[in-house]
Design a protein around this ligand. Structure first.
Ligand SMILES: Nc1ncnc2c1ncn2[C@@H]1O[C@H](COP(=O)(O)OP(=O)(O)OP(=O)(O)O)[C@@H](O)[C@H]1O
Ligand SMILES: [Zn+2]
Length: 617
């Protein structure tokens, strides 16, 4: 009995299924370490761990399976080794690899009973979501941001998938806000980091991801002027290393450029005009300041202090860049410096430059500590949030394994709400979702013979009844539509269509188009007398829901969900917030304060068979 006694008592009949299950855990970071510990101690029979990364010093405060001596080693392998000691009866497999690698194909996903995501990026999450849908394996998706956490159960055809709601991409700012009309500290920080720093020490601002040029067409003239400004800065860059270099840069960006901006009266009709800074006057005030002011990172520096840090860090960085330049051989790419929040020289420069710009525009200044968080897009990871989230993942997993999806919930951890743990019913799939609102099938292709024409004529038109108006797309773009028929005679291999990749067929029929058809490619040498492209099994492809349809898809998880769905394109509600949307999550928390349907976690002591039942209904 030993270690099995308590899990058996609390899980009852489910325990034997847990012991026989094969689990995939994607990510062995903050949530992944906690989750692996839970899975191993609960007794899940076989667990595969995938993580592409190696252990970093900064992981050790919360990724407790790792110790100092493991730095630079594979997260997946060390996590496996440490967790194996917790329970020697569990079979553990580690893969130091990217989950997007081709060896992790649909057939491999199909070999698992359940998948857990413990990832930190949208791209990998989306990929696993897609693979789990294609393999029809339930997925427990989770994430945390600071004190907030979220767990979502995803099951093909029954619940929303990860992509049923649009996710917000990381924020970028219109270039004019950054370059001409900042109104918040973050605008000045982005200016210092993505414009000024890169113009002086890096490549060009055009490559900076924080700047959004999409509104440029409205401001063509201003953009052109801003380009000229950048050019002038590049010339000043030539004098790097000279005594008057800091002064030249300072005068350019805090005086001359500001005077020019201020002269554009239209711009300041409804805004406070910027006020240029004067080098000589500030330098006089700053003459008593020592350069160690930069170490005081918790307090907001004065104008004079910012001035000192600006000039000093500019000198430090100039020396570094010039040294790198002197060590470069002819023909090598010219060296550059890049901003790194943990590189003190770059952080000092960005902090001081951002604050000086804030002063110019009458914006509140920030401490170096705050600027580090904002420039590095850091929300501190909190070990307890990860631990709680990982625990909630396992509780949801029990329901999925009991095939009791009706009881599974979307779970939110929220610090701002009246209760820390809040739940929501799972919603049915969004019929308009481009990922799960599709028909999926496998396309068997003989790579030696198959052409795109075989797919278009034999499979899509003849077998499946498509008309003329449809397109075929892969991850890169459109490979066929009625106007783009050059590829028809090409072989799949010539079009770069590989085994285990996906093709999407989009029906553009005007009257009654089919839902998108997602085809996963599987390669096989087929007999000479059979067609070189075949679709697996009989396939019926549903038609797209009409925009004003009242009908709900079948398989709503529970009654409550049916009040939310409709065939129309749905507005994103706060309930559908993705994990990185703190505001949405906290708004939701406020709504929940009024809820009274006692869904607290309770532990019931069932006197009948001695089992302790965990219940969060
Ligand atoms: N495509 C991927 N394939 C495999 N593992 C991935 C992939 N993308 C991310 N990961 C892993 O997911 C984990 C996420 O963990 P976590 O959010 O704690 O991030 P971290 O990088 O460990 O820490 P932090 O970002 O907070 O410094 C990381 O270990 C990361 O290597
Ligand atoms: Zn979906």
């Amino acid at each position: 009995m030993g270690r099995e006694r308590y899990p058996k008592q609390s899980l009852g009949a489910l325990y034997s299924r847990i012991k026989q299950s094969r689990i995939l855990l994607v990510g062995a970071g903050g949530i992944g370490c906690e989750l692996l510990k839970n899975l191993v101690l609960t007794g899940f029979g076989e667990i595969h761990i995938v993580d592409l990364d190696t252990i970093d010093l900064s992981n050790l405060n919360r990724q407790f399976l790792f110790r100092h001596e493991h730095i630079k080693k594979s997260k997946a392998l060390v996590a496996k080794e440490t967790a194996a000691k917790f329970n020697p009866h569990i079979k553990l497999e580690a893969h130091h690899a990217n989950i997007k690698d081709p060896q992790f194909n649909i057939a491999w996903f199909e070999s698992f009973n359940l998948v857990f995501n413990a990832l930190d990026n949208l791209d990998a999450r989306r990929h696993v979501n897609k693979m789990c849908l294609a393999a029809n394996v339930p997925l427990i998706e989770s994430g945390t941001t600071g004190f907030n956490g979220q767990v979502q159960v995803i099951q093909k055809g029954k619940t929303e998938c990860y992509d049923c709601n649009t996710k917000e991409v990381p924020k970028s700012f219109p270039v004019c806000t950054i370059r001409s009309t900042p109104s918040q500290p973050i605008h000045c920080i982005v200016w210092a980091k993505s414009y000024l720093f890169t113009e002086i020490f890096g490549t060009s601002e055009d490559e900076a991801p924080d700047l959004d040029h999409s509104e440029d067409s409205d401001n063509a003239k201003e953009i052109e002027t801003l380009r000229q400004e950048s050019q002038a800065l590049k010339q000043i860059r030539e004098s790097m290393g000279s005594d008057d270099f800091p002064r030249k840069v300072f005068d350019k960006v805090f005086k001359n450029d500001i005077d020019r901006l201020r002269s554009m009266e239209e711009m300041w009709k409804t805004r406070r005009p910027p006020e240029a800074l004067h080098y000589d006057a500030i330098r006089k005030d700053a003459s008593d300041e020592g350069s160690n002011v930069a170490q005081q990172d918790q307090q907001t520096w004065t104008l004079a202090e910012n001035f000192v840090v600006f000039c000093d860090s500019l000198r430090r960085l100039s020396v570094r860049l010039q040294k790198a330049q002197s060590q470069t051989n002819e023909g090598d790419a010219p060296p550059i410096l890049t901003f790194d929040k943990d590189d003190v020289d770059t952080l000092d420069f960005v902090a001081a430059a951002a604050n000086l710009r804030s002063l110019v525009f009458g914006i509140e200044m920030r401490s170096k500590f705050d600027i580090k968080q904002m420039a590095g897009n850091i929300i501190p990871a909190i070990a307890t949030t990860n631990a709680m989230t990982a625990g909630l993942c396992v509780l949801q997993a029990f329901k999925v394994m009991r095939q009791d999806l009706g009881k599974a919930k979307m779970v939110f951890l929220e610090r701002s709400a009246a209760r820390v743990i809040n739940t929501d019913t799972l919603k049915p799939p969004n019929p308009n979702c481009s990922v799960c609102g599709v028909t999926q099938s496998r396309l068997v292709v003989d790579p030696a013979r198959a052409t795109l024409n075989d797919l278009v004529e034999d499979v899509l038109k003849l077998k499946l009844g498509y008309g003329e108006e449809f397109s075929i797309n892969n991850e890169i773009g459109t490979i066929y539509d009625p106007e783009l028929d050059d590829n028809l005679s090409k072989k799949f291999s010539d079009l770069g269509i590989k085994a285990d990749s996906f093709l999407t067929v989009i029906d553009d029929d005007e009257d009654n188009p089919r839902v998108n058809l997602s085809l996963s490619i599987s390669e096989q040498t087929l007999p000479e007398d059979s067609k070189p492209v075949m679709i697996a099994g009989d396939l019926t492809i549903a038609r797209k829901p009409k925009m004003n349809s009242e009908a709900l898809p079948n398989g709503a998880v529970n009654g409550a969900a049916s009040t939310n769905g409709s065939g129309t394109k749905r507005k994103r509600s706060a309930d559908e917030a993705s994990i990185n949307q703190l505001e949405q999550i906290s708004k939701r928390g406020k709504v929940k304060e009024t809820s009274s349907n006692g869904d607290d976690l309770v532990v019931l002591d069932d006197a009948g068979d001695g089992a302790i039942v965990l219940d969060d209904d």
